[in-house]
Write a protein that binds this ligand. Sequence first.
Ligand code: SF4
Ligand code: SF4
Length: 273
Amino acid sequence: MQKYRRELLESLAEGSLTGLEMNHQFNFECQDDCMGRCCNTISIMLDPWDVEIMARHLGMPGRDFLKEYCIYEIDRGYGWPFARFRHAEKGPCAFMLKDGKCRVYPARSRNCRTYPLGRAVRAKAPEEGGGLEEMFFMVERQPFCFGNRGRRTWTIQDWLDDADALKMYQLFDLYMDVINYCTGELQSRAWMSDAVSSMMAPLLFGPDMLRERLNIDPDQVGHEEFYRRRMKALKAVLTDIAGGFGFGPAVGGGKEEGSVKIMDRMKDILVNG
Ligand code: SF4
Ligand code: SF4
């Protein structure tokens, strides 16, 4: 994952992959004779918002969705537990219908909805002004995909609007911010473990469970706001966990008092924002 991202950013910087402006035009239209080939034997990474909207679309708890349809495992070289579709890796995606169309189309994941457009995000250094820099590029054309035969012309902006992708990018970036903080400042490669990734799972993928336990109704705290609170709580929890291992700004906190504080702080963020 880390290697792929690094190579991607290097390619963009070198100019061997072209970063595209929003008004760049391209032709693409899905074709009946290759419908669904893109959803077969392919690795598709999922972020927490992807899982949340697909689970909600199917009327199932996020943790059950994760268990049934995803692989959730730590990338040891990166120090972070990533989720990806399970079935699509070795055959057709679990949501591919017989005609190749998608059973969860309105709620499909960010990567599913933006293909063949890719987006690389780089965290800028403080001396560069901080924040994120994004670059769009066309994913390498696959021989099985006939989308470029389509006559319909899009701009990058139209494509993203049509896929309703901008909101998903905003929410993904919040998740990316937690990953960058955890793998960078907190040096999670040194301490990330199965036990820690299990502890993280409810904040990442179990909004319904947290809502039930803390009595937080979606009418009071909407889904997107609750997602933002979960990412904020996750950052706080990981800061304290890292401190216990001797990394990051929370080094030195008392262990028992610390674990009580973590739970209280997490609840406070989830309930009050
Ligand atoms: S979720 Fe839908 S679009 Fe994405 S891989 Fe599965 S079937 Fe294809
Ligand atoms: S055109 Fe490409 S993206 Fe569309 S269904 Fe065919 S293989 Fe998938």
